[in-house]
Design a protein around this ligand. Structure first.
Ligand SMILES: NC(=O)c1ccc[n+]([C@@H]2O[C@H](COP(=O)([O-])OP(=O)(O)OC[C@H]3O[C@@H](n4cnc5c(N)ncnc54)[C@H](OP(=O)(O)O)[C@@H]3O)[C@@H](O)[C@H]2O)c1
Length: 323
């Protein structure tokens, strides 16, 4: 497929991209960007094809198919992928002790090949197990890397994006709370450690559009998607500046601190180990390895939001948000 083909084609001939997890943060961003580009048709799989957000997507031109993003649905994945030029593929967050992320990734990839899809774009991450020689426990990274390795063996063009930590984690999972009139931000990273963060809802789509529009350029590539490298203290400072509210950082980096802030995790030892393992990996080994191009996503999408711009555009005031 060339951009010439895309420009010349009429509505029905536009290449079809099927988005796995279309109602998730990455999926919504991809669907909206591809539809706005008017270069692709969009199909998506979800269990929530009747939700208000789904109806909105359908109005914008997406076709939604009811399939759960879970094991044992390969025939439905194949049917959903039929006729697609490309598949944008995510695996969902799977909390331990469940461990089927790799198996699900393989099932989706096999289904794409069986359906005759030309290009898989998978949202992958680094192989923490290999990089740390088994020292750090972050299966939701390593399992994605293993899915990526598997996809690379299949007879299909493949490309990979590696999302930075989501800004939305602070809204959705590690939400600040009010204490003595000020917001306390319990963050799973050390106060002054600059880590890569990104807004999945606006940054994923442009990266995916760029790759699907230039498949030859990006075949076989693994590309980070980053908003900015920022420390927890800088995130809190920006929150104070933008909202005018008082706020402080509080460490959730050590096991003791993490459990003090999130006692609800105490019942799931593997999940604690996974969150702490991921954070320790990022601090000691770097979230992205040295072979990755850290400037690519901001070069192809100069409008990528940094944290302060994200706070201004969302108007977030510190409340818990569910996506
Ligand atoms: N948080 C971070 O900082 C970060 C950074 C990098 C990568 N990631 C990775 O990003 C992925 C999540 O991406 P996202 O936030 O875009 O997606 P998401 O919102 O977590 O999930 C995407 C879709 O997966 C489906 N889903 C989730 N759990 C399911 C289940 N148990 N059974 C069936 N379907 C399920 C849901 O589909 P329905 O529409 O059917 O409900 C949901 O819309 C995870 O793999 C995570 O490891 C996260």
């Amino acid at each position: 497929m060339s951009s010439y083909f895309i420009e010349k084609s009429n509505q029905n001939d536009k290449p079809l991209i099927t988005v796995v997890g279309i109602m998730g943060k990455q999926g919504l961003s991809v669907a909206r960007t591809l539809l706005e580009s008017k270069q692709f048709r969009v199909r998506g799989i979800t269990r929530r094809a009747n939700s208000a957000e789904a109806v909105e997507l359908i109005k914008q031109g997406a076709e939604l198919i009811n399939v759960p993003l879970d094991l044992g649905h390969k025939a439905q994945f194949v049917a959903a992928f039929l006729g697609s030029y490309g598949v944008f593929m995510v695996t969902p967050s799977i909390a331990p002790p469940h461990t089927h992320e790799m198996e699900l990734g393989k099932e989706l990839a096999d289904a794409a090949v069986e359906a005759g899809v030309k290009h898989i774009l998978f949202s992958s991450l680094e192989n923490v197990d290999r990089i740390t020689k088994g020292e750090k426990f972050a299966p939701h990274f390593t399992d994605k890397a293993l899915v990526e390795e598997y996809i690379r063996t299949l007879p299909i063009v493949s490309s990979f994006i590696y999302m930075a930590f989501f800004y939305t984690n602070l809204m959705e999972f590690y939400t600040p709370y009010l204490k003595d009139g000020q917001f306390v931000f319990p963050i799973y990273l050390p106060k002054d450690f600059r880590a890569p963060f990104v807004d999945p809802l606006t940054a994923t789509g442009p990266a995916v559009l760029e790759i699907f529009t230039n498949p030859a350029e990006y075949a076989g590539k693994s590309l980070p998607v980053i908003g900015e490298f920022i420390s927890p203290q800088e995130m809190v400072d920006a929150f104070v500046k933008v909202t005018g509210k008082e706020a402080v950082y509080s460490s959730a980096f050590t096991r003791e601190d993490f459990l003090r802030h999130f006692p609800g995790f105490a019942s799931n030892e593997s999940l604690i180990n996974e969150v702490l393992g991921m954070a320790a990996y990022a601090v000691e080994f770097g979230y992205f390895q040295k072979d990755k191009d850290l400037s690519w996503s901001r070069k192809i999408n100069p409008g990528t939001l940094n944290w302060e711009q994200f706070l201004r555009t969302t108007g977030w005031q510190g409340e818990k948000i569910s996506y």
